[in-house]
Write a protein that binds this ligand. Structure first.
Ligand SMILES: CC(C)(COP(=O)(O)OP(=O)(O)OC[C@H]1O[C@@H](n2cnc3c(N)ncnc32)[C@H](O)[C@@H]1OP(=O)(O)O)[C@@H](O)C(=O)NCCC(=O)NCCS
Length: 191
C-alpha cells in the first residue's frame, strides 16, 4: 500500500515536535529580538547586536563586531570567546552546538551548520527524517575566508586559515592553511 506523504503543515509539526517547550520559546525569542537590529549599519548596529547576543548566547566574552545581516539560530547552543568579528550574510546554525574561540575572524557569506539531516530511509523525504546534532568547534585565532561552508562535527584548530570558497569536510591541523572543495591543507603557517 502506498504511504501518503505529509503536507507541508505536517512537516512543520513534525519538525517542532522534536523540541521541548523551553527550546521552542527560546527560538521564538531569538527570532523576534534579533530581527529589528539585524541590518542596522555601523555602531548603530554593532552595539545592540552585541547586547542581544550577550543575552542570547550561552557565552559571549567581550564586545564583538557582528556586521549587518548575519544570522544565528539556536543561540542557546553557541559559545563565543573574545574579540569575535563576523562579516555580512554569514549563517550560523547552532542546533548541535558551536564553540568559537578568541580572535576568530569569519568572512562574508559563510555557512556554519552544526546539524545534519538523516537520509537513511531512502523512500522517505529527507525533510521528514531526523536532524542529527554535530558540534562544531572553531578554536582561537582562526580566519575563515569568504563563501566557506563548514560541515557539521568539524574542529577548525587553533590558528587555521580557511581559504575563500572552501568546503571544510575534515578537521584541520593547528596553524594550517586549508583551501578548496573539499578543503585540503596547502601549507602550514611559518612561525
Ligand atoms: C588561503 C589564502 C589565505 C592563501 O593565500 P596565500 O598564502 O597567499 O596562498 P597562495 O596564493 O600562495 O596560494 C597557494 C596555493 O593555494 C591555492 N589557493 C589559494 N587560495 C585558494 C582558495 N581559496 N581555494 C583554492 N585554492 C587556493 C593557490 O591557487 C595556490 O596553488 P598552486 O600552488 O597550485 O599555485 C588566500 O588565498 C585566501 O583564500 N584568502 C581569503 C580571502 C578572503 O576570503 N577575504 C575576505 C574575507 S575576510
Amino acid at each position: 500500500m502506498k504511504r501518503s506523504t505529509p503536507s507541508i503543515v505536517g512537516y512543520f509539526l513534525h519538525k517542532i515536535s522534536g523540541y521541548d517547550i523551553s527550546s521552542l520559546l527560546l527560538l521564538e525569542l531569538e527570532a523576534y529580538l534579533t530581527w529589528p537590529f539585524r541590518s542596522l549599519p555601523s555602531f548603530l548596529g554593532y552595539v545592540p547586536r552585541y547586547l542581544i547576543y550577550k543575552l542570547l548566547f550561552k557565552k559571549l566574552d567581550s564586545f564583538c563586531f557582528i556586521h549587518p545581516n548575519v544570522f544565528f539560530s539556536h543561540c542557546y547552543n553557541i559559545r563565543c570567546g573574545k574579540n569575535f568579528v563576523v562579516n555580512s550574510n554569514t549563517y550560523f546554525h547552532g542546533i548541535g552546538g558551536i564553540d568559537i574561540g578568541d580572535y576568530v575572524l569569519v568572512g562574508p557569506n559563510v555557512v556554519i551548520s552544526s546539524g545534519m539531516h538523516e537520509y537513511t530511509k531512502s523512500r522517505e523525504p529527507v525533510a521528514l527524517q531526523n536532524i542529527v546534532p554535530r558540534k562544531i568547534i572553531i578554536e582561537d585565532g582562526v580566519w575563515i575566508g569568504a563563501n566557506v561552508v563548514v560541515m557539521p562535527g568539524i574542529r577548525i584548530s587553533k590558528g587555521t586559515i580557511v581559504g575563500a570558497g572552501s568546503v571544510v569536510t575534515k578537521s584541520t591541523e593547528p596553524y594550517s592553511v586549508v583551501a578548496g572543495v573539499p578543503a585540503k591543507q596547502i601549507k602550514l603557517r611559518a612561525n
